[in-house]
Design a protein around this ligand. Sequence first.
Ligand code: FAD
Length: 321
Amino acid sequence: MSKKVLVLGEVREGSLRNVSFEAIAAAKKVSGNGEVVGVLIGDAVANLAGELIKYGADRVVTVEHPHLKQYTSDGFSQAFMAVADQEQPEAIVFGHTALGKDLSPKLASKLQSGLVSDVTDIEGADASALFIRPIYSGKAFEKVQVKEGLVFVTVRPNNIAPLAKDESRTGDISSISVDITNLRTIIKEVVRKSTEGVDLSEAKVVVAGGRGVKSEEGFEPLKELANVLGGAIGASRGACDADYCDYSLQIGQTGKVVTPDLYIAAGISGAIQHLAGMSNSKVIVAINKDPEASIFKVADYGIVGDLFEVIPMLTEEFKKL
Ligand code: FAD
């Protein structure tokens, strides 16, 4: 049985986040041969609708309002509910991002549906789709099938490959006018910490440092390697707690969850709480001077050595490629 699926296109600073395209690919599977409808919510977002269609959405519905310029769960849930009322979807797919994690349970409750969160893969299609999600901090995976009712899933960034962009695809773009009222919060201004380089949660390469980097300056060789590889810098909580870097870089159970193609862990012991945030990375390289460090148990490649010697050597070698 084919399904009509709504997919939220997540916008950050005027651009669609990659996870939106991954969510469309997931929605295609869930829909069988049904319709995939992109949803864009914001202040001025309609210009991004064509991009969702090129990545596989059949059409796009937009909701624009000045109060939707910044995300608030109140505002976005009013907007999304208006689209859901109009479209009557059989499935909904969001990215498992900060926004997706905040908004999806609220909507699932309003729509009286269950929620399969943090999905990393989908086997099968439409009614027989099996959603695969990590449990116990990534130590095991469970397969979930939704037997009846609305199928609501969030997909972990960097796990489900987006469809190839097709410049020739076209589709209908319509808008719904919603009077966004009774907001308990209105965000007047967002002051962002200046972050350099690639977005950590969507990076294909992450170079992460732990307490073993020993100081803020100790991150410099890691930054150089990340630059050469076009990657992002991450950290263990040990490094954040020691004030070597900002908590926005923390990876793990209480930090960000990343699934890059390559994860380089330098001076990180491999505590279970750290592994929860990175053990699904495709290739893990660990550099640690302690051969007994737990990180080596999850590493595909392990280098026993001093990170301050190993990292510059790696950087020089990668520069030659
Ligand atoms: P350490 O465990 O101190 O390890 C440092 C490593 O560096 C050692 O293995 C050492 O051999 C190596 N080293 C030292 N010098 C060098 C050198 N020159 N070259 C190479 N190697 C070197 N942690 C997280 O990371 N993320 C989380 O989200 C998180 N959430 C938590 C939630 C809870 C509720 C709790 C209780 C803990 C959480 N933690 C988390 C903390 C976690 O338990 C560990 O304490 C933390 O991950 C340790 O960080 P680390 O590996 O950098 O430091």
